[in-house]
Design a protein around this ligand. Structure first.
Ligand code: PEP
Ligand code: MG
Length: 949
């Protein structure tokens, strides 16, 4: 396998042969080109170029990986290039690859354009074999250290390069630790480490049928291949799917080849990870963990619990000073909080990686505001740092501060928020139970990247080892899930599926609560509170509103929701679903009666009973939204939503009939029994008294009346029954069929406005008609609105301003928008129904019937009820906007389907010129942020990402 380096200079070769180039030294790579060099590679190049101490190395581009995966072989010329770059590395370090006297050891690390922590593979200490080990011992005079490095390499190489099972290595290592009575690896002697190496080699041979490759070039070849393949490894693929990482965002991994430096060369060596600011609070302080005499993987994997970086100030004051200096160099260069890895080798500091720090929403907000104040970034940049969806983390619950109870265990506050769930000790089981809808706390000694599916399924993560930068902490923080790490009082036994804390035993399935903000664990469920929005968010929201063009309104059906919407900064109500006001127990029967009425008079009777309730709710909503528009939609949903099902009614009717028969039989009973068995008849008096009570009830005819009522309802429900209620007599169709309902609602709206105006509330109603497909429907409704308006104005002696508009949620309405705008003063896209109609997918069934398979088969990449289908539904919207505004240039247009709170859809709505989006009150901050992003990105000329479904 050993091939001699060609010795040609790469650039010359490139010019001469015009062959594709795959390798870049850290000095020459373009640090801004993450797509080509991966985030890690780009970071190493940038750090080298801004003068930070990075060990020499080079990057194999992502293009090489893509080519490799396509053809299942290295691209032509790649290995020649690698040889040349290795030769260059040998020159820079003065060492030789495979040279037994002065061995060059390298790390082979993965790294794609987007950070996917721990999802792909990395091999350290490559270049060690039985010969170079001797050279290393001679050079370092530290046999233990060298064998430690060798065993680490054998394990990683065996696992990643040769596909040998990791557990086998762990078992051997544990066996040897036991043999030498060592509790931690640092207690193993050189001899013991040597023994580990021998055993590891035997294990590799046993598992692969071949000896471990001593040829360093063969090692390199296999290692590059292993890293390349890890792009398609299960956990990497799962991760990309979960976070919607598409090929246009990250395509393939780069391979970073870097000279090894060692943090495990004694007490003057260390390894650590740092953040330029605290990623939990956003505080402007150097933050991180380190371990003396250890390699990077020890910190990240959480195998040993590291020490906080501030203690380095006393351990190694000079290095600490250097790190503080680097912190500001990094932030000035990147204008972003950095998350970096470093190693101290015998008193010398090396930077091994930097990337934008993943922070929780709290820290993101604080650092954004602080960095603007410090003059490091602009307001617009501060806003763009915040992924709108991240603000959802503020929605996480926290433990009621009044709750006082001794925690079961104390650990590290690794990711904020609190969660209650059943303890589950492995990721597969967590996934299984999570899919069944169970709430889970994934509880592990430490987590590894292969546990990622368990994270997705869990409400929170609990580990007994590891610090704030352990795998569990980093991943949970990124996902916005609560995590307590390093709860060392927890003694977890996977075999018995239990954890012990002193005398308390927690079994799988027991309920616990974790508080990731405080770093504590409680037994059982504890009271929780909804969180408040942090102070910095207010500033950011003010900035967001300053830049946003599209407004954010709320979908709010009740006064309480309106209040919440206003608190969150809604500029109006874009959808008040009037039917939702009748969901409460005391209102539903009235609503049912109105729907079930046989005659207009009867319907009017029930409608009049509903009127005062509806009117009062409107007054309260107007009060909450004083001075802002309130769009009230006339009754829309298919009526069956309010009615009992035919099956329920049949069973009720049958039960009532049986009851009548039983009563009849009971009445005969005393006489019959007296004749047949005089003894038994002594017991009859109790039955007789029961019969007397029922007889009274029957005498009044109540049983028959009830039966009749039920039978009537059943008949009516049968009449109203529709095969396809979603496409049936709903919305304006129902309003036209039963005008008393709309009349009542219109009257309630105007009367509420009049009452509010009298109270000096600036009420601004906008009446919206749902499910319109032709302008003629509006032409039918409008005069009724005008008449009632006139009547109420006269009766209350007030002037009432209002708007009359329509939902656009039927495909035909989009195509006839020009005509519809002759009557409608505003449009609001109901993209829930519009999506249903455009795809002919039932919005009630598609998501749990065929859509999942459409997604896995990649027929559709997303659920169109969640992600707006810009190409289809969006196209219809665009037609409606253009043609509607041709008729009425000042036509106000919004969206109130679920997509109105979804950032990409908001960007699309901004682009096609909508005036507002309307979403649920809790999503308002997200929508405001997304609205600002849309405007800023447009200004900066950032091309929108095409949303293929
Ligand atoms: C819609 O269809 O998008 C809409 C907002 O109305 P609903 O969901 O109430 O049908
Ligand atoms: Mg609708």
């Amino acid at each position: 396998m050993a091939r001699k380096p060609s010795g040609k200079i790469q650039k010359e070769k490139e010019i001469m042969t015009k062959k594709k180039r795959y390798c870049y030294t850290f000095e020459e790579g373009d640090g801004t080109n993450k797509k080509l060099l991966g985030g890690k590679g780009a970071g190493l190049c940038s750090m080298t170029q801004i003068g930070l101490p990075v060990p020499p190395g080079f990057v194999i581009s992502t293009e090489a990986n893509v080519d490799y995966l396509e053809h299942d072989t290295f691209p032509e010329g790649l290995m020649d290039e690698v040889h040349e770059y290795m030769e260059d590395l040998e020159k820079k370090t003065g060492k030789g690859f495979g040279n037994p006297e002065k061995p060059l050891l390298i790390s082979v690390r993965s790294g794609s354009a987007l950070s996917m922590p721990g999802m792909m593979d990395t091999i350290l200490n490559l270049g060690l074999n039985d010969e170079t080990v001797k050279g290393m011992i001679a050079l370092t005079k530290n046999e233990r250290f060298v064998y430690d490095a060798y065993r680490r390499f054998l394990q990683l190489f065996g696992k990643i390069g040769l596909g040998v099972k990791d557990e086998g290595f762990d078992e051997i290592f544990e066996e040897i630790k036991k043999k030498y009575h060592a509790t931690v690896d640092t207690e193993l002697s050189a001899e013991a480490m040597k023994e580990v190496c021998e055993r590891f080699k035997e294990y590799i041979k046993k598992e692969t049928g071949k000896p471990f490759p001593q040829d360093v070039w063969a090692q390199l070849y296999i290692a590059i291949q292993g890293v390349f393949k890890s792009w398609m490894g299960k956990r990497a693929v799962d991760y990309r799917r979960q976070f919607n990482i598409t090929p246009d965002m990250a395509h393939g991994t780069a391979v970073n080849i870097c000279t090894m430096v060692f943090g495990n060369m004694g007490k003057d060596s260390a390894t650590g990870v740092g953040f330029t600011r605290d990623p939990g609070t956003g505080e402007n302080v150097l933050y991180g963990d380190y371990l003396i005499n250890a390699q990077g993987e020890d910190v990240v994997a959480g195998i040993r619990t590291p020490r906080p970086l501030r203690e380095l100030k006393t351990d190694m004051p000079e290095i600490y000073k250097e790190l503080v200096k680097m912190r500001s160099i990094l932030e000035k260069h990147y204008r972003e909080v950095q998350d970096f890895e470093f190693t101290i080798e015998q008193g010398k500091l090396y930077m091994l990686q930097t990337r934008n720090g993943k922070m929780n929403a709290w820290a993101l907000c604080k650092t954004s505001v602080d960095m603007v104040k410090e003059g490091l970034i602009t307001e617009e940049e501060a806003l763009l740092r915040i992924d709108p969806d991240m603000l959802e983390q503020f929605l996480h619950r926290r433990i009621d501060p009044d709750f006082k109870q001794e925690p079961l265990a104390v650990g590290i506050s690794a990711s904020p928020g609190a969660a209650t769930g059943k303890v589950v000790f492995d990721a597969d089981r967590a996934e299984q139970l999570g899919n069944q809808g169970e709430k889970i706390i994934l509880t592990r000694v430490e987590t590894k990247p292969e546990d990622i599916h368990g994270f997705f399924a869990a409400q929170g993560i609990l580990t007994s080892r590891g610090g704030k930068t352990s795998h569990a902490a980093v991943v949970a923080r990124g996902m916005g899930k609560p995590c307590v790490s390093g709860a060392e009082g927890l003694d977890i036994n996977y075999e018995l599926k239990e954890a012990r804390v002193g005398s308390v035993v927690i079994k799988e399935g027991d309920i616990i609560t974790i508080d990731g903000t405080a770093g504590v664990v409680y037994l059982g469920a504890v009271p929780m509170l909804d969180p408040d929005l942090p102070k910095d968010l207010k500033t950011l929201m003010e900035w967001a509103d300053k830049y946003a063009k599209i407004q954010v309104w709320a979908n709010a059906d009740t006064p309480e929701m309106a209040q919440k919407a206003r608190e969150h900064g809604a500029m109006g109500i874009g959808l008040c679903r009037t039917e939702r006001m009748f969901n409460e127990a005391d209102r539903l029967p009235l609503m049912r009666n109105m729907i079930l009425a046989d005659t207009p008079e009867e319907r009017k009777h029930w409608a009049n009973k509903l009127l005062p309730m509806q009117r009062q709710d409107f007054v309260e909503i107007f009060r909450a939204m004083d001075g802002l528009p309130v769009t009230i939609r006339l009754l829309d949903p298919p009526l069956h939503e309010f009615l009992p099902t035919i099956e329920e009614l049949i069973s009720d009717v049958n039960r009532l009939r049986e009851f009548s028969q039983i009563m009849h039989a009971l009445e005969q009973l005393p006489g019959t029994v007296a004749m047949l068995d005089p003894e038994l008849s002594k017991q009859i008096p109790s039955i007789e008294s029961m019969i007397r009570e029922f007889a009274e009830y029957r005498a009044k005819g109540l049983d028959k009346k009830l039966l009749k009522q039920k039978e009537k309802v059943l008949r009516r429900v049968r009449v109203l029954h529709e095969i396809n209620p979603m496409l049936g007599n709903r919305g304006v169709r129902c309003g036209i069929s039963y005008p008393e309902i709309y009349d009542m609602q219109i009257q309630a709206i105007f009367e509420a406005t009049a009452i509010a105006l009298r109270e000096k509330i600036d009420a601004r109603p906008e009446i919206m008609v749902p499910n319109v497909c032709t302008v003629q429907e509006l032409v039918w409704v409008k005069p009724r609105v005008e008449n009632i308006h006139k009547e109420v104005e006269k009766r209350y002696n007030v002037k009432i301003a209002y708007k009359f508009g329509t939902m656009i949620e039927i495909a035909r309405a989009c195509l006839r928008a020009g005509r519809i705008a002759t009557v409608a003063e505003f449009f609001s896209f109901g993209t829930n129904d519009l999506t249903q109609g455009t795809f002919s997918f039932s919005r009630e069934d598609a998501e749990n019937k065929f859509l999942p398979i459409y997604n896995t088969e990649k027929i559709l990449l997303h659920n169109p009820f969640e992600i707006l289908d810009e190409l289809g539904v969006g196209r219809l919207m665009q037609i409606a906007v253009t043609e509607g505004r041709e008729t009425r240039p000042d036509l106000k247009i919004g969206i109130c389907g679920e997509h109105g709170g979804q950032p990409q859809a908001i960007e699309f709505c901004h682009r096609i010129g909508l005036n507002y989006v309307s979403c649920s009150p809790m999503r308002i901050p997200i929508a405001r942020m997304a609205a600002a992003h849309a405007a800023i990105k447009e200004k900066k000329g950032v091309a929108p990402v095409a949303r293929a479904l």
